[in-house]
Design a protein around this ligand. Structure first.
Ligand code: LRH
Length: 481
């Protein structure tokens, strides 16, 4: 076994990147080949403007990025795509028919009643083990069905599967991300009973494949466009749900660690061998998502850095001259008391004026709202840390694990204040990093499929532990005012 190179395409809610990963039994190196923004678009649809993903623009950036990766590393053996969960494209005869909706678009909201009228929430949880999120694919599909949008479709591809298809010409459903549709059985096949009960066409669903499946070469047209000589990189599935890839690269001892994959969302939980499908887990809104190698990602979605980015966007659109890094510095030094609000409140889901919604939340409880952006930022970070700590405790209780370390990976690992406050509020040491966990997890699963490394998740994590030294935040006593 020698080192070899693969390309990870990692699409996030605010940006995408193509990373080159060089991997061997004692090597794990990452190099950025391209990075590009992911900016959703609103399109008028008769009575309102709906929020969509600009997948065509993303695809152009992906192929350009892949071209750059191939110039830097002509010997790339593989390419794999991960992205956010739940959203999908509908195709007919191989052609994308509708522009994929964004899960934050309000269209999904009608889906809950449509689905629960046919299958009750408790029954659903026993079948799919998913936390209730109003935008889970099955709710979106119920709305699309009633709007007639499924009538012309003969295939459904989740976002990373759509890119895999455009890159290779092959249509598959990678299991970790398919688990976020709510339409998989716990053993990872399509739940045809549930699909029938919701009157969704069975023919939409493609064969479920595992992460690390070699799908095929790049489509001939793309090989020509990128001037690939010979066979070129194989398109390989990874943990195509970005969170599944991130969890692969958490440098943890899974039995005693909790992880927080913190980007737009903060995904807080533990890794288990089998799902927890109890009423308590459902009441706590904990999810059992499919992990790489059959592991279960038992976690809860906390709102995440979205609260910060959406606040900044609001202030900037109001003409305020603010920047996140600067506000975080000042929030770190801010000693006065700020309100801690419920970062899980669904009112924060849709794009819009997050600071005004925080003020409303406070007003409803007779609390004084933050009075300037620094206070808002401090209040958001305190509230996120509080929600993170509470989700860590719940994950431990529900799974029967005793947790001694909290890992934070993803962009949130860069946020010193968030890491420190999470340590303080959980009373546990926080190990922060790697920031690029998702891309690393993507790279490692491809590398293993290509025979560049072998072994189970623990040995893949061993490579991460040797290559990346997390920053440690020791818990401080929490001030009681
Ligand atoms: C994070 C993420 C998360 C999902 C959400 C839709 O990017 O994939 O795991 O719940 O997006």
């Amino acid at each position: 076994q020698g080192a070899g190179a693969v390309a990870a395409v990692d699409l996030g809610a605010t940006s995408g990147r193509v990373m080159i990963g060089r991997v061997g039994p004692n090597t794990l190196e990452l190099e950025e080949a391209a990075r590009f923004p992911n900016i959703p678009v609103r399109l008028w649809e008769g009575d309102r403007a709906a929020l969509h993903w600009n997948v065509v623009e993303l695809y152009r950036n992906v192929t350009e990025g892949l071209g750059a990766a191939l110039r830097a590393e002509p010997g790339l053996v593989s390419v794999g795509v991960d992205a956010w969960a739940v959203d999908y494209g509908l195709l007919r005869n191989g052609v994308l028919g509708t522009i994929p909706y964004h899960y934050r678009d309000e269209r999904a909201l009608a889906g809950t009643d449509l689905v629960h009228a046919r299958v009750g929430a408790a029954d659903l949880y026993r079948q799919n083990g998913l936390q209730y999120l109003p935008f889970n694919s099955l709710y979106q599909l119920a709305v699309d069905r009633s709007a007639g949008r499924l009538d012309d479709a003969d295939a459904l591809l989740l976002i990373p599967d759509l890119f895999t298809y455009w890159l290779s010409g092959e249509q598959v459903a990678e299991r970790t991300n398919a688990s976020t549709t709510g339409l998989l059985t716990p053993d990872g096949g399509w739940n045809t009973g549930l699909i029938d009960a919701l009157e969704l066409p069975r023919s939409l669903f493609r064969p479920v494949v595992e992460p690390g499946t070699i799908v095929g070469p790049l489509a001939p047209s793309l090989r020509a466009e990128l001037q690939v000589s010979g066979y070129g990189p194989r398109v390989t599935t990874v943990g195509s749900h970005d969170t599944a890839s991130a969890v692969v690269a958490v440098p943890m001892h899974a039995e005693t660690a909790a992880y927080i994959s913190c980007g737009t969302w903060g995904l807080v939980g533990v890794e288990l061998e089998s799902p927890v499908l109890t009423d308590d887990a459902r009441a706590a809104n904990f999810t059992n998502e499919g992990g790489v190698d059959g592991r279960v990602r038992f976690l809860h979605n906390v709102m995440g850095l979205w609260l910060l980015s959406e606040s900044i966007r609001t202030w900037q659109s109001q003409g305020l001259d603010v920047e996140l890094v600067d506000l975080l510095d000042r929030a770190e030094a801010h000693a006065d008391r700020v309100p801690v609000f419920d970062a899980n409140d669904p009112r924060f889901l849709a794009p819009g004026d997050v600071p005004a919604r925080i003020a409303d939340w406070c007003a409803e409880r007779g609390l004084a709202a933050p009075s300037n952006p620094v206070e808002y930022v401090r209040s958001i970070v305190e509230s996120l840390a509080d929600a993170f700590a509470s989700a860590v405790r719940t994950a431990a209780d529900l799974s029967g694990r005793s947790i001694d370390t909290v890992h934070i990976v993803g962009g949130g690992a860069r946020n010193r204040l968030l890491c420190q406050l999470t340590a303080d509020r959980s009373g546990l040491p926080v190990l922060a990093g790697p920031v690029e966990a998702t891309a690393i997890g993507n790279v490692l699963v491809q590398a293993r499929a290509q025979g560049l490394v072998d072994g189970d998740l623990e040995s893949l994590r061993g490579l991460v532990i040797r290559a990346h030294h997390p920053l440690r935040y020791a818990p401080r006593p929490v001030r009681t005012h």
